[in-house]
Ligand binder design. Structure first.
Ligand code: NAP
Length: 251
């Protein structure tokens, strides 16, 4: 069975590792190409957009894809919407592997907002020292809020200037609590901006902010149309093997 795994999350790579060598599946992992040296999966992989919904439909037909697993980053809403539309057009079963959002714990001081423009506004008029733990693509809304000091952490050294004045750390996750606590302390950060990615690999900054008593402006996940979704690799494997999710089995 030819399976397309839409990647971008650590879960996508875990699924690739779980499926490799299984003679029942011929799987390929697709990356958007957002990082220069993506983690090389143990299965076949490709990089780059498909060319919208029509391009994805062509690809699914050409490669005779029988199942699609959407394991993109929770903020990659366009890719997820395209997958829903293309799979519906071809009647190809689609399952999303999506980690649960982070849960507020005692001591968390979250300011929840719907998007990055609102996140920038939530920083307020008074100058703050801000850690932007949101990747590279959503920095522009902060550029007009010049009163703040910004610390940005990116996977790759950018080839073009950032849209805002910021200090930069180049580092690839997963990050740990001790390291993120030290970073926030060393840079005298007094507020963190994060997107609700869920999972473990980016959660250290949230735990560190909690320990240090810092507020976190938390950007909620974007809207994605309804689709079948599970949270674990094991559930994806069951779906691939038996064609149903635990919810469908009434579990
Ligand atoms: P997006 O807005 O959902 O996708 C934009 C376009 O990128 C898609 O329409 C598709 O192009 C292409 N694309 C996205 N994921 C792909 C995949 N797995 N394989 C092939 N093509 C893919 O997603 P985004 O622009 O990548 O990112 C949106 C947000 O998610 C950003 O905030 C970003 O930082 C965050 N994020 C993304 C990734 C990632 O790996 N994509 C990882 C971490 C965080 P076509 O229309 O041409 O097919």
């Amino acid at each position: 069975m030819c399976v397309l795994i839409l990647g971008g999350s650590a879960d996508a790579n875990q699924l690739a590792s779980a499926i490799v060598g299984d003679p029942r599946f011929d799987a390929i992992l697709s990356y958007a190409g957002r990082t220069e040296n993506p983690k090389q999966p143990p299965i076949a992989w490709r990089v780059g957009g498909f060319g919208g919904i029509d391009g994805l439909i062509d690809y699914l037909r050409r490669e005779k894809i029988a199942r699609v697993v959407d394991a993109t980053h929770p903020f990659a809403a366009q890719m997820s919407a395209h997958a829903i539309a293309a799979c519906a057009a071809l009647s190809i079963p689609l399952l999303a592997l999506e980690r649960a959002p982070w849960q507020r714990s005692a001591g968390d001081r979250w300011i929840e907002v719907d998007d990055f423009v609102s996140a920038a506004q939530a920083l307020g008029a008074v100058p703050r020292r801000v850690f932007l733990g949101i990747g590279r693509t959503q920095l522009a809304p902060f550029a007009s809020h010049k009163q703040h000091f910004y610390l940005v952490r990116l996977v790759d050294q950018p080839h073009a200037p950032l849209p805002l004045a910021a200090e930069m750390i180049i580092a690839r996750g997963p990050f740990d609590l001790a390291g993120d606590r030290k970073m926030l302390t060393d840079y005298r950060i007094d507020i963190v901006v994060a997107r609700d990615a869920g999972g473990d690999s980016a959660s250290a900054k949230i735990e560190a902010a909690r320990e240090l008593g810092l507020p976190v402006v938390m950007v909620r996940r974007p809207f994605i149309p309804a689709r079948q979704r599970v949270e674990t690799v094991a559930e994806v494997l069951r779906w691939l093997c038996h064609g149903e999710t635990p919810a469908e089995r009434g579990v």
